[in-house]
Design a binder for this molecule. Sequence first.
Ligand SMILES: Nc1ncnc2c1ncn2[C@@H]1O[C@H](COP(=O)(O)OP(=O)(O)OP(=O)(O)O)[C@@H](O)[C@H]1O
Ligand SMILES: O=c1[nH]c(=O)c2[nH+]cn([C@@H]3O[C@H](COP(=O)(O)O)[C@@H](O)[C@H]3O)c2[nH]1
Ligand SMILES: NC(=O)CC[C@H](N)C(=O)O
Ligand SMILES: [Mg+2]
Length: 506
Amino acid sequence: MANSVIVLDFGAQYNQLIARRVREADVFCEVLPGDTKASVIQDRAPRAVVLSGGPASVFEPGAPGMDPEIFSLGIPVLGICYGMQLMAHMLGGRVVAAQGREYGRTLMHKTQDSPLLAGVADPSTVWMSHGDQVMAPPPGFAVLAETSNTPIAAMADPNRNFWAVQYHPEVHHTEDGFKVFTNFLYQIAGITPDWKPDNVIASAVEEIRQAVGDGRALIALSGGVDSAVAGALAKEAIGSRLTAVLIDHGLLRAGEVEEVQAAFRDIDLQVVDAKAEFFSALGGVTDPEQKRKIIGREFIRAFERVQSLVGTREVLIQGTVYPDVIESGGRGAHTIKSHHNVGGLPEDIAFRVVEPLRWLFKDEVRRVGEALGLPEALVWRQPFPGPGLAVRIVGTVDEEKVGVLRQADAIVREEIYRAGLDRAIWQAFAVLLDIRSVGVMGDARTYGYPIVIRAVESLDGMTADWVRLDHNLLDRMASRIVGEVAGVNRVVYDITSKPPGTIEWE
Ligand SMILES: Nc1ncnc2c1ncn2[C@@H]1O[C@H](COP(=O)(O)OP(=O)(O)OP(=O)(O)O)[C@@H](O)[C@H]1O
Ligand SMILES: O=c1[nH]c(=O)c2[nH+]cn([C@@H]3O[C@H](COP(=O)(O)O)[C@@H](O)[C@H]3O)c2[nH]1
Ligand SMILES: NC(=O)CC[C@H](N)C(=O)O
Ligand SMILES: [Mg+2]
């Protein structure tokens, strides 16, 4: 990638937002751990480096540092919050715990003109979140802006191309925050914005062609957005030398196999029945991470069985996207959950895995899908996790519980669809809890499972809010679930956002 940016992550809540803003400026961007070595960065040849915020204080023992050599690479650097404090600390400035801490809305005044803050209102409303502050800038630095509590709200050494802001330009609440990014990327770092769907398509097609050579490849096709887009790219790249494989692990939703077969009639699609293997491997397991690892392994074993069935194929193409990588603890982030296709992969794999979308967020994948001309219903389909209903049963997984959940899930989705909310909602689904509660139905005592209804809105799956569904709609779902699904006697609605919850329950 000729025009790319690296974000060094010091544990900020907002580092993914930084990456998103850079990409919204049509510049490719990757997040790496804060302690990444200068040589690794040099190998990737980024045009700029951004230092993220973080919870630590630079002057405390054990605070995350960075390789000082990075300041000698001649690459423009932008420090944000902790990133600015680290820059000050390492280059000879002074950082202290502030008298007045600033959280939230703050009015900032410029103290001099600068390319970084060009076009930013003066004064302007910025979003702060810090307890420490830079008291003295390092030699060579000038102060660009201040607030009533923070004498150095922005600083720079234009000669060495080091720039920094104490506030958070990446959050929507900061007025003209995006301007800081475009100023830094285009004017200061001189980057050409070329991270656009057409270029993404061209480079993904090229990547697949290179990997497959004149051989053949398998694509793991779930019928979801990501694998449909990856499949379209693969078809563009290698045409009929592609076989699509849908694994029926017994954890799919009602009617799903038939739907995928109908939607992908024009490609060579093999449906593999792996129900027995998945159920036997999952038997008795309750730990969510263990479930995910088992599922990741069984997926690969199923692909390997197809591989030997349909002849030699060295490459397996998957629709992995960036959040799968991030949440699986890739790139130094904390492991939230091992996505089956990343953190759940076994070590011994009989083929090379190619993931043309692994740098993209979901909304970017959708833009690529639209640019490829895929049907709207496919591009805007609600996501469904690869581990399927297994991560929506809290407790052990067996065919009986999957059957119960599948029926409840079909009702939730049908009602959402009827209400015309299918596209407005990121995901709406049912979760089964492996506990029982007492109820009364037809004058008789019941002792059955509760079903949780979950409906969330999101842009990219990284953060989400629960949907304020109409009470009558919730009521219809609940009555139908208890009335139609044997074994369920109670329905609850999940009103947790992400964070602190995740979208799925496991
Ligand atoms: N049942 C399945 N059979 C074959 N491959 C699968 C199956 N489920 C998931 N995969 C593979 O794992 C990848 C990740 O799954 P994931 O659910 O994140 O993506 P998706 O299904 O393509 O899109 P969506 O997010 O819309 O559900 C898929 O892109 C696909 O390559
Ligand atoms: O292919 C997948 N394999 C997985 O292991 C997996 N886990 C979660 N998801 C989907 O990712 C998005 C974020 O989910 P969470 O908030 O539950 O982490 C949501 O859209 C989830 O449905 C998965 N997709
Ligand atoms: N958001 C941040 O990066 C905070 C930096 C540092 N922990 C402070 O409190 O000042
Ligand atoms: Mg899916």
